[in-house]
Design a protein around this ligand. Structure first.
Ligand code: SIN
Length: 281
């Protein structure tokens, strides 16, 4: 276990995820504290803070210590803080935004490096979010399959049917009229993390449409195997939200999946997305 001077880091599962104590997002943090939080983020892939009492502006200021906030495609930000995207499920709604295993917006040429999600209103039960470690998923593959994946490129699309369904209520709330245009990008199925140098699987059922140069029929058997493999229980953790909880995940090596098991209750989250780079082999 790594030693920290300013923060306390408590892993919540064997695979990934740690709760951090000793950080108040509302305060102007010391560089040393920020460096330790970043170290914990790189080691644990997703970190959680509890009981944060912050205004939207303070949330944005905190996010800026770790990266560059960017707007989320297709959804409007808060009027008072446009870099914050509300992720809301209302009492009468059935779909939860992003309710499928995914890495965020891999259909962009430079997908985000990470996202920060702050819980503003939570249901009395349910609405947890699961995360999965894609370094472990990659490392658990046979040497033979790891060799096969070398050089393979996945084509991500923003309009696969299952993920499109999860956005329907959010787009209605945002008053979006026209059907969003299709966004597409090509990325290696295995990427090397630019900060840790580790290799991670980089595909998802939500966004990967096929393998470049392969037909869909040829691609799907291999992709479906990877999509099942990459979220095996031993690669995951599950986070129970409370008002004031913040999750900060590394989109380059972790996937996530919010559980849709709280129909009839409201869940309101404020999300900031941080700019990333082009995934490299
Ligand atoms: C998302 O994919 O950004 C939503 C995560 C969540 O609601 O827990």
């Amino acid at each position: 276990m790594r030693n920290y001077r300013h923060i306390e880091v408590r892993p919540i599962a064997g695979a990934l995820g740690a709760e951090i104590a000793g950080v108040d997002m509302a305060r102007d943090l010391d560089d040393e504290v920020v460096a330790e939080v970043r170290r914990a983020f790189l080691d644990h892939l997703v970190i959680f803070l509890r009981d944060q009492k912050v205004t939207p502006q303070q949330q944005v200021a905190f996010a800026r210590r770790f990266g560059e906030p960017i707007e989320y495609p297709q959804l409007k930000g808060l009027p008072e803080a446009p870099m914050i995207t509300p992720v809301v499920k209302l009492e009468h709604e059935r779909h939860n935004f992003g309710g499928i295993w995914h890495s965020d917006t891999t259909y962009l040429p430079e997908p985000p490096m990470g996202s920060m999600l702050l819980a503003r209103e939570v249901p009395p039960y349910g609405g947890d979010t699961m995360f999965a470690n894609q370094y472990l998923a990659y490392e658990a593959l046979s040497e033979g399959l790891r060799k096969t994946l070398e050089g393979l490129v996945g084509i991500s699309s923003s309009t696969k049917a299952d993920v499109t369904r999860t956005r329907e209520d959010a787009l209605k709330q945002a008053g979006a009229g026209a059907t969003p245009k299709t966004l597409q990008a090509e990325h290696p199925l295995v990427r090397t993390h630019p900060e840790t140098g580790r290799k991670a699987l980089y595909t998802s059922d939500a966004h990967t449409a096929c393998i470049k140069g392969w037909t869909e029929a040829e691609s799907l058997p291999l992709l479906r195997f990877l999509w099942q493999h990459q979220v095996r229980p031993e690669f995951t953790c599950r986070f129970r939200w409370e008002v004031g909880s913040l999750a900060f995940w590394d989109n380059r090596c972790a996937m996530h999946n919010p559980i849709n098991d709280y129909h009839g209750f409201r869940r309101v989250m404020h999300r900031i997305t941080l700019a990333g780079d082009r995934p490299r082999v």
